[in-house]
Structures are given as structure tokens and as C-alpha cells.
Design a protein around this ligand. Structure first.
Ligand code: ARG
Length: 588
């Protein structure tokens, strides 16, 4: 099924051809003079040279062919040779009627669905979740939903950081505080307790304490490094502790992500792939791509056209320890073995760009992936405070996710209570839903790669390009429909009529861009395109709403049509916010 633009393009192609010109000239774009017309085509200018004619004459010829058109109207040739026109109200109405009928709202799903693994979230076990992980979760969840909506088989993997130095730090700190625990007794042969020797609250205190100490106390640091190594080599007591940390942390993480409406299909982590490393490394040696350099084992991943020097990929340090890179390579290997994805997409801080360049090149060189397997890195920018520096708490620490969400929810609660007549018992839950929308929309409405300023005041505003504004619009539509029903109306009766006035047509036009927005967001992996779509739809709806007596419309057919139109507006908005990863309350 063609989208609206393509329908117009076909119509113009026909007109170009009928007047003796190349149909390829018929490229339609949105008008850059919306005060004059809705769409334009610059084909007459482009073709002038080839046909040795004045562009205006070509445009006039084409306009003649368009006078009978059912698809475009008010076509006009404008000096020096623009072709301006509008969409015919009937054609627009027909398109929207087809949207109403279609479950997918005319989105063209992927013709050959792919298996896509999305690596996002990436929290580090035992360390508190902080805002740096927030972006990955928000963007990743949205892209996962978009890819799935397009018909692909999508697997979201949280890829826990659960095998690093933080474990050694916790072991070291705990061994000093409670040396009597059986985990530290090398001669202990019994079962380890089912119950962990700490609560999540204690764990959250232990890690920062150990981390701070290791920065001042070199001996302590060495001990932690040693403990990490011993754990990685399989010391029983340390592994049992590691398991306890993992369990407690995971439980807590699950709660946190649940609250963000972020859901992973896989809860795998760095520890899961350690078993692949020895054979993988051996294979790279056998293939002759891994070689020793100053004691370390490395793979040269430079390429001819590199503008900047890409350092070699280090697989093993001189003491034989593996690194972040090694783990990521082994993860690729496991993913290929278990899921055979067509693509692995990483949604990680853009400062890790070089790391992924190295990993991807090394993976290809070592043949870990097929030739046509796509490895994609989507790097996101930093979330800054109003001072344009990475977001911090008031006392300068890294802001914890819970506190940040809490702050937004409080602000939201205040606004809701002051703004509306919602009964108090709902206000809490409403503030939570709207607060989440505020945070997510505030993030997703920017291009992912750009840094952005986290501004609670702006994000929670009911006006402007914000999540609450979008939800407010949906709630407004819901309440009109509710009132309509309570007055005995039956939504969905009658049929959609061609627009009779400007604001109605504008709303229809904005709604009609749904498929373009979703397909574009999918192709470019760019949720912000859906944000700008729903912002346009919301603006058009609100203008229409202020200019129109929807329920008070006397003409029954027209009223039915209005109701259908706002139902469709609600549908595209709700579908869109689902793709962005948030939902809408019934009242605000
Ligand atoms: N845990 C890492 C961090 O906090 C992010 C992991 C990203 N994913 C990956 N496959 N490397 O920086």
C-alpha cells in the first residue's frame, strides 16, 4: 500500500509523462511555504536543461494534466518553475479510512523479518544504577519496540557487568569486616548458606566504601585485584559470594527496570561467556591474527583508510587476564551460536565508540560473525545538568536513578494536584505514569547521539514539546469520547468525511504521516522521529479542538466523522507512545 506522498508522486509522474516529460522528475516534498500550499515538486526546474525549456513552461504543462486529478488539487505553476499543490480532501479522507481499517495503520512491515539482538541497559551488578544507564534503557527499550513492531524477531539482552573488579572490591571489603564468614575459609568444604551475608542496602554501602578506599590505599587495591583474579579462576568461596551478589543485585535491578517499564528477554552477563574465552583466543592464535606484543596478546585491527590510529585489540593482558574487549568478543560468539542473529545492535554511551570499532573489526577478522551479520553501534550522548556538565546531585555525586525518578515524580505530583481535580488517591499513580513519560520523552525527543540537558521543570511542563503535553492531548480526546458515550453516542458510527475546514484537514494530514514516521524511525533507529510526529499531531489536534464544537456539531454525519477522526488521532498517539515506551493515564 502506498503512503500518501507516494500516491501523490504517482499522480505527478503520470502528469509529467502525459505532457512528454520524464516521470522521474515527479519528486514530492512537503511545502517549505506552508502558507501557500501543502506540497511541492521541483521537477520542472530539474528538467529544464534536458528539455531546453523554461521551468515555468514545464510546470504549466504538468499543471494542465493535473486539473482532473482526484489525488491532488489546487495545482499551480509558480515562477521560476515551482509546482505547488494540495492533497485532494477526498484522497486524504480515503487514506485515513484505509488507516482505520488496517491493524498496522498502513505501516509496511519488514518483508524479510530479521533476528535482532539489542544489547542495552548494561548496568553493573553491585554498583547502583545511575543516570548513565538511564539513557541506554530508555533508548534501547524504544528501539526494541519499534523493531518488533516492524515484524522482526527481537531479543533484548541486558548484558550485566557482573565479572569485573567491583566483585573483588566487595570480597575484599567483606573479608575485612567479617573475616569469620565461611566464604573466606580456604579449607571450608561444606555448602554455602542459601541466605546472602548482606542485604541490598548493605551491598549498596559496601561497594562505594570499598571503591573509595581502593583509590587511597594501594595495598587494598592490590588485594581487590587479587581477589578478582582468584574469583575468575574459580575459588569456591569467592564464587559463592559472587553468586549471592548477583542474585541480590538482579532482584533489585528487576524492580528498578520494571518501574521504568523496561523489559529484557535475556538477563545474561559478562560472566556467562567467560567459558568461551580460552578456545576463542586459541582459535585467533591458530588463525595467526592474535600475536604477542610486550607480553600481551593482541589483534591488529587497523585499516587502510583510518583517519585516526586505531589501537590494537588487547585480548589478554600480560598476566593472562581477559578484558572488557575479550568479553564482548566472546559474547558475540555466544550470541551467534545460540541465536544466530542477523544483527546485533549495541546501545551504549558514545564515548565507547572506539571500543566497539575494535570489537567489531576483530570479530570480523576472526570470523566470529557471518559476512552479512550486521554489527551496529548506536552511541548516545551525555545527559547534562543545567550547567551543561554531566548530571550530578547537588552535593556533586553521581545522581542515582531512583532519586532522579523520585524528583520528577514529586514535581509531577505537585503540578497535577495544582492543575486538576483528580481525586487524591489517583494522583500518586498518575504522577508516576506522567513522570515516566516526562523523563522518557525528554530523552527520546533529542537525537540519541546528541548530549542534552536534563531539565525537570521543562520536562514536566504541560505545555510545549513535552511528554505531559502529549499525554494531556490524549487524555483530552479520551474525555471527549467518554462524554460522547455518556450522552448516548456510539463512537465508530458513520464514516469519515473529507475535511470541510482548514484545521480539520491539517489534523488529518498530520495523522496520515504515521507510517512514514514509524518506518523512518525504524530505518534510522531514531525514536525522535516518532516524538516529532506526535508533537505535530497533538498541535494539530489542539488547534482543531479549539476551533470546533465536536460534540455540539448539529450535522450528525459530520459529528460522526469528527468522532472517528479523534478516535484515529488517539490511536496513532497511543500506538506511538507505546513505541516510545510509556503509557497514558485516564485522567490527569
Ligand atoms: N556495563 C557497561 C558500562 O557500564 C556497559 C555494557 C555495554 N554493553 C556491552 N556489550 N559492552 O559501561
Amino acid at each position: 500500500m502506498d503512503h500518501l506522498m507516494q500516491r501523490m508522486e504517482k499522480e505527478l509522474a503520470r502528469a509529467f509523462e502525459a505532457s512528454g516529460y520524464d516521470s522521474g522528475l515527479a519528486r514530492v516534498s512537503l511545502s517549505n511555504r506552508p502558507d501557500l500550499c501543502e506540497f511541492q515538486c521541483n521537477g520542472a526546474m530539474a528538467g529544464a536543461k534536458a528539455y531546453r525549456k523554461k521551468p515555468l513552461d514545464i510546470a504549466r504543462d504538468v499543471v494542465c494534466e493535473l486539473t482532473q486529478s482526484h489525488v491532488v488539487c489546487q495545482a499551480e505553476a509558480v515562477p521560476p518553475g515551482f509546482l505547488n499543490f494540495n492533497i485532494a480532501p477526498e484522497a486524504l479522507c480515503e487514506y485515513l479510512s484505509e488507516m482505520e481499517e488496517d491493524d498496522a495503520l498502513l505501516v509496511r512491515k519488514e518483508s524479510e523479518p530479521k533476528t535482532i539482538i539489542i544489547d542495552y541497559g548494561g548496568p553493573n551488578v553491585a554498583k547502583p544504577l545511575h543516570v548513565g544507564h538511564l539513557r541506554s534503557a530508555i533508548i534501547g527499550e524504544s528501539i526494541k519496540r519499534i523493531c518488533r513492531y516492524m515484524g522482526n524477531h527481537v531479543i533484548g539482552d541486558i548484558h550485566l557487568g557482573d565479572w569485573g573488579l567491583q566483585m573483588g572490591l566487595i570480597i575484599t571489603e567483606l573479608s575485612r569486616r567479617k573475616p569469620e564468614l565461611c566464604y573466606f575459609d580456604r579449607n571450608y568444604e561444606g555448602e554455602y548458606p542459601v541466605e546472602a551475608p548482606f542485604t541490598i542496602g548493605e551491598l549498596e554501602e559496601i561497594y562505594p566504601c570499598a571503591s573509595a578506599r581502593s583509590k587511597e590505599d594501594e595495598e587494598y587495591r592490590q588485594e581487590a585485584l587479587e581477589a578478582t583474579k582468584e574469583m575468575q579462576k574459580g575459588r569456591r568461596g569467592y564464587l559463592a559470594l559472587w553468586k549471592a551478589v548477583l542474585e541480590i543485585s538482579t532482584e533489585d535491578l528487576k524492580k528498578n527496570y520494571e518501574r521504568l517499564d523496561v523489559h529484557f528477554d535475556l538477563w545474561k552477563g559478562e560472566s556467562d561467556v567467560q567459558k568461551y574465552i580460552p578456545a576463542m583466543v586459541q582459535d585467533m592464535k591458530d588463525k595467526g591474527i592474535a600475536f604477542e606484543d610486550q607480553g600481551a596478546l593482541v589483534v591488529d585491527v587497523r585499516e587502510e583508510n583510518d583517519a585516526k590510529e586505531v589501537p590494537p585489540c588487547i585480548l589478554l593482558k600480560s598476566d593472562g587476564a581477559s578484558l572488557y574487549t575479550t568479553t564482548d568478543l566472546a559474547t558475540i560468539l555466544e550470541r551467534m551460536e545460540l541465536y544466530h542473529p542477523d544483527e546485533i545492535l549495541y546501545i551504549v554511551d558514545k564515548r565507547q565508540d572506539l571500543h566497539f570499532v575494535q570489537v567489531f573489526r576483530c570479530a570480523r577478522k576472526a570470523g566470529l560473525v557471518d559476512q552479512d551479520t550486521r554489527l551496529t553501534f548506536l552511541g548516545f550522548g551525555t545527559m547534562n545538568g543545567k550547567d551543561l556538565k554531566p548530571f550530578k546531585t547537588r552535593d556533586g555525586g553521581v545522581m542515582r536513578l531512583e532519586n532522579l525518578i523520585g524528583e520528577i515524580n514529586d514535581e509531577m505530583f505537585r503540578k497535577i494536584v495544582e492543575n486538576r481535580s483528580v481525586r487524591d488517591k489517583d494522583a500518586d499513580e498518575t504522577a508516576r505514569i506522567v513522570g515516566l513519560a516526562a523523563v522518557k520523552y525528554g530523552d527520546l525527543s533529542n537525537q540519541a547521539a546528541k548530549d542534552y540537558v536534563f531539565d525537570p521543570e521543562r520536562f514536566t511542563s504541560f505545555e510545549g514539546n513535552t511528554g505531559p503535553y502529549i499525554l494531556y492531548t490524549i487524555v483530552r480526546i479520551k474525555s471527549i469520547l467518554e462524554r460522547y458515550i455518556s450522552e448516548g453516542g456510539r463512537p465508530g458510527e458513520g464514516r469519515l468525511l473529507p475535511p470541510a475546514k482548514e484545521s480539520e484537514k491539517e489534523l488529518m494530514l498530520q495523522i496520515s504521516a504515521f507510517a512514514d514516521a514509524v518506518e523512518g524511525a525504524y530505518e534510522d533507529r531514531a525514536p525522535h522521529r516518532i516524538c516529532s510526529y506526535i508533537y505535530d499531531v497533538s498541535n494539530a489536534f489542539n488547534r482543531f479542538y479549539h476551533e470546533t464544537k465536536i460534540l455540539g456539531e448539529e450535522d450528525k454525519d459530520r459529528r460522526n466523522s469528527y468522532i472517528r477522526l479523534i478516535m484515529l488521532a488517539r490511536r496513532v498517539l497511543e500506538e506511538s507512545i507505546y513505541l516510545l515506551g510509556f503509557s497514558c493515564p485516564d485522567r490527569m
